[in-house]
Design a protein around this ligand. Sequence first.
Ligand SMILES: Cc1cc2nc3c(=O)[nH]c(=O)nc-3n(C[C@H](O)[C@H](O)[C@H](O)COP(=O)(O)OP(=O)(O)OC[C@H]3O[C@@H](n4cnc5c(N)ncnc54)[C@H](O)[C@@H]3O)c2cc1C
Length: 390
Amino acid sequence: MIERSLFTEEHEIWRASVRRFVEAEIVPYHAKWEEEGIVPRDLWLKAGAQGLLCCTVPEEYGGLGLDYLFDVVVFEELWRVGASGPGFLIHTDLVATYILSFGTDAQKREWLPRMVKGEAIGSLGMTEPHAGSDLKAIRTQARRDGDDYVINGQKVFISNGQLCNVIVLATKTDSGAGASGVTLFLVESNRPGFTRGRNLEKLGMKAQDTSELFFEDVRIPASNMLGPAGKGFALMMTKLPQERLAQAIRSATVTETVIEWTADYTAGRKAFGQTIADFQNTQYVLADLKARATMARVFTDKCIELFLNDKLDAVDAAMAKLVTSELHCEAVDKCLQLFGGWGYMWEYPICRAYADARVVKIAGGSVEVMKTIIARDMFKGRLPARSPRG
Ligand SMILES: Cc1cc2nc3c(=O)[nH]c(=O)nc-3n(C[C@H](O)[C@H](O)[C@H](O)COP(=O)(O)OP(=O)(O)OC[C@H]3O[C@@H](n4cnc5c(N)ncnc54)[C@H](O)[C@@H]3O)c2cc1C
């Protein structure tokens, strides 16, 4: 077996402590949160108190200043038990990262200490009802008015949408300018004119709040701008490899997990006088998945290593997300099959894992967009340049 070599003893001690937290504070309650469609705010405070949120935030902004692998451990331990409800990944890996990378000192001081503690929850507002993959087509408008901007528009599918206190919002400050008209803002959820829409009903990830957000004449000071005007699209592009890497980590972890669950289950379940695991079909299905899960893990770990050295590019990240998310969906399907009818029952984790999985081929850049990125790179110099995307 190829051993993972990324993590030090310190990371493993951290893993044990995160695992204890997840087993005590999340696993026993997750089914109830799925019924409620949301996790309690209290969980965020507990997670913050244990240091599980935004591990890389430097000490001067209230964090622990740890390396990215500490965040990776938190994500892996959540996925390992199928805890798809707590939206820590969006909060830590996207919102805090955007503020850390593009924010002013004042913005960092305002938000990061509270985000580390779980007192303020972040969400990322990009997608709109008519614009998802094609982000430069967003219509939410931010119009300059004296020292302020006035925001009008609508977002959809926003993770942490019901809970969020701050939104990294993609807007258009120049509606005629395409990608170069996109500007990011930090918008507080207590601004007049901001309202949350429905907590959307989803196929899976039922404990995670995913919402519409509405902005009607929401007035914010110009100092809430995140990064320069008109540079929002370019800034978002710089963060896409990290977002896709996080998705690959999710898929690699869930794939390994469901294979283990299925090996355990089939070794105990009997049919025709033998265990399900005795059937050659079961062994072949699981062996095939295991071999590919191992390759997915090795490639994903390599991408983590590249990321730690500031060398992960968009194409490698796209390849990681493409292959791991497709394998993830295939694995939950094939593993559920080996559970028979029990696999179709919500009380079985494989059933939830199946429902949770489908989104990985859509969100954070669909598999088609990943293929487009890879193909564009392959055909660079071979075919005439087309309009840029993703
Ligand atoms: C559970 C969930 C959580 C989410 N969380 C967030 C969030 O927190 N913040 C946020 O901003 N967004 C979020 N999203 C939105 C997500 O990022 C979008 O759904 C995704 O980018 C796809 O956009 P779309 O849904 O508009 O699909 P569309 O862009 O309409 O795409 C529809 C289909 O067309 C395909 N397609 C599009 N362009 C191309 C192309 N160039 N070539 C080939 N095929 C193409 C797509 O791959 C897809 O199969 C979330 C979505 C879900 C489901």
